[in-house]
Design a protein around this ligand. Structure first.
Ligand code: GDP
Ligand code: MG
Length: 163
């Protein structure tokens, strides 16, 4: 089976935007099982001749602070189970948030390769905003912009190296 890359992160960081850029028009089966798997979206992608599946884990977003936190945890845990490589996505505009730290703790325990990606680096002024993300403990953050498509090749290079 092809390896699986999961995009994990709190709501609104741009997971779905990046997912759509990665898969282009190759949206595969949307799982239609009852319960929690229903909302997750699977697609396929290819980079440097390597094919892989991509999961957008952001399908489950329930209102209320407590539920949001629970759903973030649940998605991170599901992604850990299924993924060979995890893309941990954060938001340069927002900076490091408490929810990011929650996700980081879960991903730390996974033992899977985690690639830290900081989205919304839309212009040169924001390039400096990625440095605070070193504090999450996953090494070099890869700055990207889902709006402009910049940095996504660099991100995919690192993803594919870890497959
Ligand atoms: P998700 O909840 O993590 O799946 O995030 P979405 O992909 O739905 O994006 C959340 C919001 O961020 C949307 O309004 C997007 O248009 C916006 N967004 C996504 N990528 C970027 C980016 O690179 N720069 C900026 N400025 N906004 C972005
Ligand atoms: Mg989403």
């Amino acid at each position: 089976a092809r390896p699986v890359v999961a995009i994990v992160g709190r709501p609104n960081v741009g997971k779905s935007t990046i997912f759509n850029r990665l898969i282009g028009d190759r949206l595969a089966i949307v799982e239609d099982k009852p319960g929690i798997t229903r909302d997750r979206i699977y697609g396929s992608a290819e980079w440097n001749g390597k094919a892989f599946s991509v999961i957008d884990t952001g399908g489950i977003e329930i209102d209320g602070d407590d539920m949001i936190l629970k759903s973030i945890r649940m998605q991170a845990e599901l992604a850990i189970e299924e993924a060979d490589v995890i893309v941990f996505m954060c938001d340069a505009k927002a900076g490091v948030t408490q929810s990011d730290e929650e996700v980081a703790q879960i991903l730390f325990r996974s033992g899977k390769p985690v690639i830290l990606s900081v989205n919304k680096v839309d212009n040169l002024k924001r390039v400096d905003d990625i440095y605070e993300f070193y504090s999450l403990g996953f090494g070099d953050p890869v700055g990207i912009s889902g709006s402009h498509g910049t940095g996504i090749g660099d991100l995919l290079d690192v993803v594919v190296e870890n497959l």
